[in-house]
Design a binder for this molecule. Structure first.
Ligand SMILES: [Zn+2]
Length: 226
């Protein structure tokens, strides 16, 4: 990433919107060729079958035959972040910083599961850092978010984890993360508020100490906030 500017006032702002439309959280892969309805499921699939039965369903009816297997695969995918290693993910994607301009990546969509109800919450993150010696390949920022999103989460924690990870990996002068999300446990049950969104933020280093840096970041993401 080259910069033509020597002025610290010039910012690189990258919008996550350029990466395209929302993708479904679970890829719809080809149907398994396993002849058995139970397929290659494990105990998790067996538990889902029990849950269906306990909910009053008939797990042997046609539409549900492969549901325990599908539900298991979906849950394994949605919690696959536990097995990802940040060091491995970032490996080779750090580059020497040519200047110290603020780097902002906006509108990074993410999907996670709330740890209280195991229901989805989803939203966007806006991430900024002030480079010291290194910058990171821009595609790595959404990948880091996904490592933490694909776990059972609360929004406050994932916001902090993304900020802490960038601080660790890049050792920049500061990191700022703002996340806004909508929670199915609030939309479909509980208070049933479909339009509320929750905003969380984590400000580290210079973004915490220096009001001007923080205000600059907030001004840059304001147009993206709901
Ligand atoms: Zn919840």
């Amino acid at each position: 990433m080259k910069s033509s500017s020597k002025s610290a006032a010039v910012l690189k702002v990258v919008s996550g919107k350029s990466t395209g439309k929302a993708r479904p959280p679970v890829p719809s892969g080809p149907a398994s060729t396993s002849p058995s309805p139970a397929g290659d499921r494990t105990r998790i699939g067996d538990h889902f079958e029990d849950i269906l039965r306990d909910l009053g369903e008939d797990p042997s009816r046609e539409g549900l035959l492969r549901t325990p297997l599908r539900a298991e695969k979906a849950m394994r995918y949605l919690t696959s972040g536990y097995k990802r290693d940040i060091g491995e993910l970032v490996n080779g994607a750090l580059f020497e910083a040519e200047n110290d301009d603020m780097v902002v990546v906006k509108n990074i969509e993410y999907y996670s599961l709330c740890e209280h109800h195991m229901l989805p919450f989803f939203g966007q993150m806006h991430v900024a850092y002030l480079p010291d010696k290194h910058i990171i390949g821009l595609s790595k920022v959404p990948r880091i978010i996904d490592v933490f999103a694909r776990r059972l989460q609360v929004q406050e924690r994932i916001t902090q984890q993304v900020a802490d990870t960038l601080m660790d990996v890049l050792q920049p002068r500061g990191v700022a993360v703002v996340s806004e999300a909508q929670h199915f446990c609030m939309m479909m049950r509980g208070v049933e508020k479909q339009c509320s969104s929750t905003v969380t933020s984590a400000m580290l280093g210079e973004f915490r100490r220096n009001k001007a840096s923080k205000d600059e970041f907030l001004a840059l993401i304001r147009s993206s906030m709901r």
